[in-house]
Design a protein around this ligand. Sequence first.
Ligand SMILES: [Zn+2]
Length: 82
Amino acid sequence: MTAASLVVRPLDGARYAVTSGDHAYTVDASNNPPACSCEAYRYFPKARPCKHGHAVLRYRAEPVAGLLDVLTEDATLDLVDP
Ligand SMILES: [Zn+2]
């Protein structure tokens, strides 16, 4: 069993769009933990980030790792070796 991969795209400021399959969520990383528009974040205690918040935290720690998932192979090669 594999989880649907999450794609993180920066919006403005500390906001990010996180796409999971057909679902898209907005994460505000200026909150701690990051505020998310998903139901898990809305209905569960806010002590820990939801998986989308986690994806954004990982993206912020390692932006290139997040980019590699969304770029084409050529774009990735340009990024690594312009
Ligand atoms: Zn979420």
